[in-house]
Structure formats: C-alpha cells, structure tokens
Design a protein around this ligand. Structure first.
Ligand code: PLP
Length: 338
C-alpha cells in the first residue's frame, strides 16, 4: 500500500488539552490526560548549574551526556551515538541524508515516519509485515510499536539490517518505548552498517518537554546527523538532566517495575469494564472496540482525554493513570453509560 501522507504538519499527537477543552469544555475536577504514552512519574529535576541556562551548551557536557546514554543503552562504540532535541528531530533528519528511494514503514505506527520520509522525497509505502517491507531500500520499524505494542525479535531486525546493507539500504528502528522492554532492543548492535536506532529520553523519564533523544548508528551516519543538526542542538538543561537520569540505573530499574505494576492494574480495570487490552507497552494500552468513538466522547465529557486514531476508528490508546483517584475516575466513567 502506498502511503498518501500529507506533508503538512499533523498536530494530532495526543496531549492537546486546550483543543479538548474547546470540544468538551473545562472539567470541574480537572483533566486526566491519558492521551500520551509519557511516564506520569517523571525523573526529579535536579538543581542545575547557572551555566546550563546562561552559557551555550558545552561540548564537554555533551560528551558526558553521550557517555551516560551509551552506558544506559548498552552501546559499546562511543562513536556510534549522537544526541538531538528529541527523537522527532532525528525522524526528520535521517530521511534527508539519504538519496530518494523506496521506504517501507511497518504499519500501523507513529505517523511522523511516513510524513518525514515523504517530505524528503522518498517513495513511502506502509508494509504489513517484515517480508513485505524488506523489498524497499529503507525500512522503518517501531519496536515496541506505538500504538499496538507489537514486538519484533532483535534477531529478525539484525538479519534484515544485514540484508538491506547489501544493497546500501538502511533499517531504522524507533525504540522510543523500548526502555520498558530492554530485551528487544538492538541498541547494543549500534555501529554496524545498515542499522540506525532511535531512542527517546522523554517518554520513559517522563520529561517529554525537555526535548532529548539519541540516534545510534555507524559513525559515518552519526557524523552526518551531527553535521545536519549543527552546534548546540541539545540545550544546556537537557545535557545536565539527561546525564544524571541516564546514569541513575536504580531509578530506571525501580521505574520499570512500577510501570509494569501500573499497566497490569490498568489492564485489570479495563478488562472489568469489558475492554480487554489488545496490546500496548507498560507505558500505554490499546483497546479495540466498536464503541471507541462513543467511549472517547463519554470520557472527554468527564474530563478524561484518551488517544483516538482517525485511521483506526475502533482503536483507543490509554496512557497510565497517575494515581488511584485517576484510575477510579476512569473506571467510573467507563461504567457509567448515560
Ligand atoms: C514511536 C514514537 N517515536 C518517536 C516519538 C518522538 O518522541 P520525542 O521526540 O519526544 O523523543 C514519538 C512521540 O510520540 C513516538 O510515539
């Protein structure tokens, strides 16, 4: 299937509370925003040096951030990692570095991949499986996938990268949500030709507004990304906060366990309401229901914003409720059919 993606910026990504208010009004009890897959328990922001704000971001501080990221992601080749203001910036940059060709996006997934490759002049198709995708010059796989949580085994991805590189192709693996499923990450293979892994800092660390992400790839690609992003691409506060958080392995281990517990609790509640999750990760759950549009409206009227999908009318994605009160409000809103 050839994707017919508009090149114009699509602003429908979840988290748009102001727009929800126009549609549903302002909820007396305040919004519960479950429309994103961002961790509701963010890493605590440490005290920052004044220089983080007042000086241009320092290359030594950038090196320290990259060391921390390489350690956290299991990257052994330090020349294989580059930082960016969010993995979105990398999703935009990588297609511009390739001569126009064919690109297969393993769908249905984060819409920005198709949009950005198409904008850079590539012929984009959405593939249903890896075999179909493997016919293109470049392949994009989000692993685990957003929004359905589909997981592809690392061995299959590494094999595909090897096949693509034989015809000078590239496999891009978007691991924006892989912090909760480290076993399926191919980050440790970063550096080999034909493989580019994207990591997002904002989702798992709950600091999406900081704008921090990483590309892991062969040094030739990493250098071209670096050149394309230009100097000072990552802000001083992001260098300091990112480094501290990525070095904090105890926090990451405890957070993985906490997210798994919360996702299981959300599953139980949804199942009790006859909305058994059809997939997801420990940062969000996907529900398929013929009632999805009506449920979206009912929740919106009760001040709970979830993620609907224009292309998949019967899908709803639920982020993790931040506390017991939020899960109770969600449960009540789902039970209440009037
Ligand atoms: C699959 C996926 N990749 C990448 C991104 C971009 O995230 P960020 O730029 O915050 O790292 C998103 C954002 O929602 C996403 O869902």
């Amino acid at each position: 299937m050839i994707a017919n993606q508009p090149a114009a910026l699509v602003k429908d990504h979840g988290g748009a509370l102001a727009r929800a208010e126009v549609r549903f009004g302002r909820p007396a009890a305040g919004w519960i925003d479950l429309s994103t897959g961002i961790n509701p328990w963010p890493y605590s922001i440490p005290a920052l040096s004044p220089a983080a704000w007042t000086r241009l971001p320092d290359y030594d501080a950038l090196d320290a951030l990259l060391d921390a990221a390489a350690g956290a992601y299991g990257v052994t080749d330090r020349a294989a990692i580059v930082a960016a203001p969010g993995s979105q910036a990398l999703i935009q940059t990588v297609p511009r570095l390739r001569r126009p060709g064919t690109v297969a996006i393993l769908g249905f997934t984060y819409a920005e991949h198709a949009r950005c490759w198409a904008m850079a002049g590539h012929e984009v198709m959405v593939a249903a499986d890896l075999d179909e995708a493997a016919r293109a010059d470049c392949v994009v796989v989000t692993n685990p996938n957003n929004p359905d949580g589909r997981q592809i085994a690392p061995a299959l991805l590494l094999d595909l990268a090897d096949r693509l590189v034989q015809r000078r192709g590239l496999l891009v693996v978007d691991e924006a949500f892989a912090d909760v499923t480290p076993a399926i990450s191919v980050a440790a293979a970063a550096g080999r030709e034909g493989l580019c892994v994207l990591r997002s800092f904002g989702k798992f660390y709950g600091l999406a507004g900081l704008r921090l992400g990483f590309a892991l790839g062969p040094s030739s690609l990493v250098q071209r990304i670096e050149a394309e992003l230009g100097p000072w691409a990552v802000a001083g506060p992001a260098l300091e906060i990112g480094r501290k958080a990525l070095l904090d392995r105890n926090w990451a281990a405890a957070m993985r366990a906490r997210l798994a517990t919360a996702a299981a609790a959300l599953d139980r509640m949804l199942t009790d309401r006859s909305l058994e999750p059809a997939g997801g990760t420990d940062l969000f759950r996907l529900v398929r229901s013929d009632q999805a549009p009506a449920l979206y409206d009912r929740l919106g009227r009760r001040g709970i914003l979830v993620r609907a999908f224009t292309e998949k009318a019967n899908w709803l994605r639920f982020g993790l409720p931040p506390d017991g009160a939020a899960i109770d409000r969600l449960s009540l809103a789902l039970a209440n059919t009037e």
